[in-house]
Ligand binder design. Structure first.
Ligand SMILES: [Zn+2]
Length: 223
């Protein structure tokens, strides 16, 4: 009798661990539309472990600024940034994309920066209602995963997976100064951080004096 009880108890004890092991990784969905072409995507782009190759082909075409150009494979790292920012701020349900991959001709026509990440299919401009710009910008800046351009007057935010940096359009009415911290992973051991590295990181990002924290750096910033 005692033996039977023990055997019966075993599956119950191990059940939570088995369930966790078999649990599927969380699939990531995106719903978006490009204003230039009207092309839409609505579905799973990442299975929780890796980007879905078929969805990436589809998204690469949809995120090109013109239907008449051969698209470049779009950077999954940029879609990850978009997905995280949209999830954290509940932006959507359908995201409106103002610009994605640009050929050099398109980039010149829209007065894009000469070395724009749009040319590498690694940047996108997503529409954000004016009142929500500060919250969405804050979420993007906290990720510290790439470039963040805040265009409040034109109601969009630029996101890319290039070097960590940020900028904003001029002449924007500020609702009030925003203060927060930005964590920048320098990928170095704490003892190997040099004062000049920190100063340089702060200078390049146009931020206040950085404060070292472990192998990361916390940078106070104002938006
Ligand atoms: Zn942009």
């Amino acid at each position: 009798m005692r033996r039977r009880v023990l055997l019966a108890a075993v599956p119950a004890l191990f059940a939570p661990a088995i369930l966790r092991a078999n649990e599927a990784p969380q699939a990531k969905r995106l719903s978006l539309r490009h204003v230039n072409t009207g092309a839409r995507f609505n579905g799973i782009w990442h299975n929780g472990t890796a980007p879905d190759p078929v969805a990436m082909v589809e998204l690469s075409g949809i995120l090109a600024d013109s239907a008449r150009v051969l698209p470049l494979p779009f950077a999954p790292a940029t879609l990850e940034i978009l997905w995280r920012v949209a999830s954290q701020t509940r932006l959507g349900p359908e995201l409106t994309i103002h610009s994605g991959y640009r050929t050099p001709e398109i980039n010149r026509a829209v007065n894009g920066a000469g070395d724009s990440q749009h040319l590498r299919a690694a940047a996108l401009d997503v529409e954000v209602p004016t009142g929500r710009v500060p919250a969405v910008a804050e979420a993007a800046l906290r990720l510290a995963a790439g470039g963040v351009g805040v265009y409040a007057r034109r109601q969009f935010i630029h996101l890319d997976s290039g070097p960590v940096r940020h900028w904003r359009d001029d002449g924007v009415e500020r609702a009030g100064p925003f203060r927060g911290t930005l964590r920048l992973d320098l990928g170095v051991q704490p003892g190997r951080l040099r004062a000049e590295d920190l100063t340089e990181a702060g200078r390049r990002l146009g931020l206040d004096r950085p404060v070292p924290l472990g192998n990361r750096v916390v940078l106070p910033f104002r938006l």
